[in-house]
Design a protein around this ligand. Sequence first.
Ligand code: AMP
Ligand code: MG
Length: 404
Amino acid sequence: MISVEEAKKKIIENVKTSETIEIPFTEAEGFVLSKDIISSVNLPYFTNSQMDGYALKSEDTKGASETNPVKLKVIGEIKAGDFPNYIVKSGDAAKIMTGAPIPEGADSVIMVEYTDENNGFVNIVKEVFPKEFIRFEGEEIKEGEIALKKETELNPASIGFIAELGITNIKVFGESKVSIVVTGEEVIGLDEELKPGKIRDTNSVALASVLRRENAELLYIALAGDDPVEIRQKISKCLDTSNLLLITGGVSVGDYDYVKDVLKELGVKEIFWRVAQKPGGPLYFGKKNETLVFGLPGNPASVLVCYYEYVRPALRRMIGRSDVHLLGLVASLSEEIGKKQDGKTYFLRGWVEKEGEKFCVKPTGAQGSHILKSFALSNCLIIVPSDVNHLPSGSTVKVHLLPV
Ligand code: AMP
Ligand code: MG
């Protein structure tokens, strides 16, 4: 049995980053760039106004004030989308809207709030400085510069930024191809009739749901009962085609737990089995070529804890992300927690929220590994360290935030 920290380390050590793929930039949220993006444009594209007002020569406004306004001739109006072809000379002003191009000759913009226009002339009641309220061509980025570096994680703003650059396809680390094999003779598919002794398969459904958030491509989901021949056949079907294989159930020490034997027969190398934790103690991790295999203990809460703490980091590392682990924060416990002196790390389902200046957290109900209700009500996992057996109310605990 290994510790939670060792298990996490061994997993990350064994992850290989996916091959580069080319995708339309509009689909790139959550992916990571595998190549620098070089700009072929200047941003802003052209020098333009930051305000609604008048483009003018700043020297013309010297000494302007409420009591001593400067009067300039309005020589035109520039709307956003126009392109002026005249020159602003001393004594001239051009009415201009935010985002409209600055006409030649003007070096600044006065905000409309400090002006008063009448009969083709405008009174200016405030001095402006050279360059004031002007957004210059290329000040954000210049043609030929790196717009986004390799290994940048793409968020919605990145997608908008790439659109500005006029780029259509980009190179990213490819998504992981995932397969799920659910074991258990008692487990039936969602479309089957629930007969005595049987239970519905919640594991593959919950896993498919969390996988969607990580841009994983779900290749295959199969139910395999507890028959080693069937388990072998279903596992071997996806071992070569998947980057990640998730098996649920059958990985403990029960008489019908065949998963480890089958994996061994199929040439999967065991990296570890069993982690000093609750839930999810019987977690198995192995590898065949570059395919990572997780044997997740069958109880639904164990499946999700193991997913969030171990599988998700592997998935994210595969696509080149560096922020692979759940975000941690420190909170004050609102309820006491007791646990056995068993040397195991406990992951409790909890609810954390801000109360005044600090975060407070409490468990969300019964914590049995078969219980999904408390998970459904939680927004974090409360970490009770392996060497602790009692945490009084008010003590400080670490929590891992579940992704929203
Ligand atoms: P196992 O790890 O195979 O010993 O299963 C542990 C517990 O999880 C048993 O109570 C199983 O019935 C339950 N279980 C296994 N697979 C699933 C599943 N796909 N959906 C819901 N519960 C499951
Ligand atoms: Mg089972």
